[in-house]
Each structure stands twice: as structure tokens, then as C-alpha cells.
Design a protein around this ligand. Structure first.
Ligand SMILES: Nc1ncnc2c1ncn2[C@@H]1O[C@H](COP(=O)(O)OP(=O)(O)O)[C@@H](O)[C@H]1O
Ligand SMILES: O=C(O)C1=C[C@@H](OP(=O)(O)O)[C@@H](O)[C@H](O)C1
Ligand SMILES: [Mg+2]
Length: 164
């Protein structure tokens, strides 16, 4: 199976659904954020001490380590901030976009302090959401709407997509 990259905004469920698919399909799993944390430490600390650009370097480093076959990869919401990342995923695997409304994301994340870009004010977060939504849509081979669905239902929809 070609590697599956899950993309979407923070809180769309990439990490949660990625792990479910990993168990359902019995194939290997990676989360680019987890890989960064294991090598470089907590994300909030990286943003604070080294800046977002350095975090993006680490994120790209981890993405380019992922293999084109037999992996489920949950990406970070900002993976689309670099064109080289988008090109890498397009050339190496299949891309599924978890499309979630801003309102639902706000419900899920609340005041989560572990995501530095979620600490911005409401207007900036909405702008970021709109700017990235375009890229997610363009990049995706498939899109799954996630509002009002459980992670299990979303994983089930993806499994159906993979059967075709
Ligand atoms: N379909 C869903 N319905 C309700 N809550 C969800 C759903 N998917 C994820 N969550 C919750 O939203 C939060 C963010 O999920 P996560 O998988 O970390 O998203 P991402 O990796 O896209 O940022 C977590 O608290 C998770 O339990
Ligand atoms: O959207 C972003 O720029 C980010 C999303 C986060 O991952 P999730 O999308 O898994 O929350 C994480 O990579 C970091 O906090 C930056
Ligand atoms: Mg995640």
C-alpha cells in the first residue's frame, strides 16, 4: 500500500484517526510532531526558544524521512506552509484531508496550550484556517468531512476509500 498522509488543520483529528488506522490496518505509523518531539523536545518550547522557522525545518526533516510504502503518517497542520513538503507528499503517497469546520475545531481544542499557534487571537486563527484550507483542498486526493463524526467513523470512511 502507498503511504497515507493525513493533512488538515490543528484539531481535525489527524493524530487520533492516524492511530486508529494504524491499528485497523496493522501497518506502521508515524506522526511528524511526535518525531520532532522525540528528537528535539516539546513543540511549545521549540517555538518559544528557537522560533517557528526552526520548527518548520525539523518538521520537514521528519516528513522526508517517511517511506513511500506502507505507512500511515499524521502530519502537523502547518505541513502545507512549505511547498517542498507538499511536493514530497504528492510524489510519495496518497493524501487524505480531514476537513473540519473552524467552530468544531474551537470546540475540540478549547484553550489547549500545547499548540503555540492556537494561542493566537480568534481573528488570526481564522485567517490562518482560511489561508491553509485552500492548500489542503488542492493537495488532497480524498477529503473526509469530520464534523459531528467520531474518530472511529472517520477511520471507517478512510478504510472504505482505501478499498477502491
Ligand atoms: N472526530 C472527533 N470528534 C471529537 N473529538 C475529536 C475528534 N478527533 C479528534 N478529537 C479530539 O480533538 C483533539 C485534537 O485531536 P488530534 O487527533 O490531536 O488532532 P490533530 O492531530 O489534527 O491536531 C483531541 O483532544 C482529540 O481527542
Ligand atoms: O498548525 C500548525 O502550524 C501546527 C500544528 C500542530 O500539529 P497538529 O495539527 O497535529 O495539532 C503542531 O505541528 C504545531 O503546534 C504547529
Ligand atoms: Mg496531531
Amino acid at each position: 500500500m502507498k503511504t497515507l498522509y493525513l493533512i488538515g488543520f490543528m484539531g481535525s483529528g489527524k493524530s487520533t484517526v492516524g492511530e486508529l488506522l494504524h491499528y485497523d490496518l496493522g501497518i506502521s505509523y508515524l506522526d511528524t510532531d511526535q518525531m520532532v518531539v522525540e528528537k528535539y523536545g516539546e513543540i511549545a518550547a521549540i517555538f518559544q526558544q528557537e522560533g517557528e522557522d526552526k520548527f518548520r525545518d525539523y518538521e520537514t526533516e521528519m516528513l522526508t524521512k517517511t517511506s513511500p510504502e506502507n505507512y500511515i503518517v499524521s502530519t502537523g497542520g502547518g505541513i502545507v506552509e512549505r511547498e517542498e513538503n507538499m511536493a514530497f507528499m504528492k510524489n510519495n503517497g496518497r493524501i487524505i484531508y480531514l476537513d473540519t469546520s473552524f467552530a468544531q475545531i474551537a470546540d475540540r481544542l478549547g484553550n489547549d496550550p500545547s499548540r503555540p499557534l492556537w494561542r493566537k487571537n480568534q481573528k488570526d486563527k481564522q485567517k490562518l484556517y482560511q489561508r491553509r484550507a485552500k492548500w489542503y483542498r488542492q493537495l488532497a486526493d480524498f477529503t473526509v468531512m469530520t464534523d459531528q463524526k467520531s474518530p472511529e467513523d472517520i477511520a471507517g470512511e478512510i478504510l472504505k476509500i482505501l478499498e477502491h
